[in-house]
Design a protein around this ligand. Structure first.
Ligand code: 5RP
Length: 213
């Protein structure tokens, strides 16, 4: 994870606002920004967790609405294919991640080689849902052949996203046509975001091997 984060450093321009994702791979990136003494103009963050880490190392965290478009956005993934389609949302930050990806000119995805798959779908697909629509959306997803499961936190309570929503983790869907399924799930009333990044894939995928290459 650190090797992938290190490789992504070459995409950072200190004079531009950087889009920063969420997760353990991105945490290495934030550590490296500190270690390499980069002085970023600012960052737009995809989660409260990353915001706290960025602020702790002195990076100004900006509101996307005051920034406009982002040059480079760096984030991890739960699964990635060679054509840079992704499943994201294992950390629960998928909605803000998708918003930043949509505004970014270049989306650089960083991952260790365990994330690289021939076809997406072994990792349960995260779907962020407005709480009152939880049962309805679960029924529609089951009708599509999926097995939705409400995400819970370590205490066994409902996992609540930074946006106040719940997450259904869906197994069993056929994601061969990832962009098609992404559109189909986007159409379900009550869905905030589906964690498929096929319609707006990563532009660059940096995969680190166990030997650090
Ligand atoms: C968070 C994400 C993360 O990028 C994804 O879960 C990968 O996390 P990690 O780097 O910890 O393996 O999508 O919502």
């Amino acid at each position: 994870k650190r090797a992938a984060a290190l490789a992504a450093m070459t995409y950072i321009d200190e004079s531009e606002v950087l889009g920063v994702g969420t997760g353990s791979t991105v945490n290495h990136l934030i550590d490296l920004i500190k270690e390499k003494r980069l002085y970023l103009k600012g960052a737009v963050s995809s989660s409260e967790a990353s915001t706290a880490r960025l602020k702790a190392i002195g990076v100004p965290v900006l509101d996307l609405n005051t920034v406009g478009s982002i040059g480079v956005y760096i984030d991890g993934a739960d699964e990635a294919t060679q054509n840079r389609h992704l499943i994201k949302g294992g950390g629960g930050a998928l909605t803000r991640e998708k918003i930043i990806a949509a505004t970014a000119q270049k989306f650089v995805c960083i991952a260790d080689s365990s994330k690289l798959v021939p076809v997406l779908g072994a990792f349960p697909l995260p779907v962020e849902v407005i709480p009152m629509a939880q049962s309805y959306v679960a029924r529609v997803l089951a009708g599509m052949g999926g097995q939705p499961r409400l995400r819970v936190n370590a205490q066994g309570e409902k996992f609540i996203t930074d946006n106040g929503n719940v997450i259904l983790d869906v197994s069993g869907l056929n994601l061969t046509d990832a962009a098609g399924v992404e559109s189909q799930i986007n159409q379900i009333v009550g869905v905030a975001t589906v964690g498929l990044f096929a319609r707006r894939p990563a532009d660059v995928l940096l995969v680190a091997n166990p030997d650090g290459s």
